[in-house]
Design a protein around this ligand. Structure first.
Ligand SMILES: [Zn+2]
Length: 193
């Protein structure tokens, strides 16, 4: 990243979502609620942390995502439901995967590498089931109490200038808001392959 330049601009590419390749800290958010377009009354931050084989631990904060009061409260509830879904999946999935691993150990010739795979697979299946029987019905029944909020995560990828690096993906479900975000941050459309 360049330091000390007077105009630090983010480098944002539009793929399926926005991919911020450079200067995430100079990202600008259109000053309206990122969910409903109402007046900004609160902001939220997303703290990202992930370990990469080639780059070590990367910590990035996506700061100042704007919300109105009502949508902010709904965003808390949405995140809470997401966390509950994950926790229930782990509570079910960890013992079940241990059982599956123990069962597979009884099969002669089982390789150690399979254990990790079984673990990931069983946790994944549990997450899918909990998503279907808990998260999906709750969100469908109490539709007005939850929102599709701005989300962000880290990826390792080949950037548009060819370098390998870590980028921040930003997902903005509100298309009108996403378009304003694109204009404000001079988003570059994905180059043709
Ligand atoms: Zn709102």
């Amino acid at each position: 990243m360049m330091q000390g330049t007077p105009e630090r601009r983010p480098k944002v590419i539009l793929k399926e979502n926005f991919v911020v390749e450079e200067n995430i800290d100079s990202i600008r958010w259109p000053q309206e609620c990122s969910v409903c377009g109402g007046a900004v009354e609160q902001t939220d931050d997303i703290k990202l942390k992930k370990k990469f084989k080639n780059f070590g631990e990367i910590n990035v904060d996506v700061l100042g995502i704007p919300y109105c009061k009502a949508c902010f409260a709904k965003s808390r509830r949405t995140k809470f439901l997401d966390n509950v879904t994950l926790v229930i999946s782990l509570i079910l999935g960890i013992p079940l995967s241990i059982l599956a691993i123990v069962a597979s150990m009884a099969t002669p010739g089982t390789q150690f590498v399979w254990f990790g795979l079984i673990f990931v697979l069983v946790i994944g299946i549990c997450y899918g089931v909990v998503w279907l029987v808990v998260k999906f019905p709750i969100r469908a029944l109490f539709k007005g109490h939850f929102v599709d909020l701005v989300n962000a995560w880290l990826i390792e990828e080949k950037k548009s200038d060819g370098r390998e690096g870590v980028s921040v993906v930003i997902e903005i479900p509100n298309k009108v808001y996403a378009n304003k975000f694109a204009q404000l941050n001079e988003v570059v459309p994905q180059p043709p392959k």
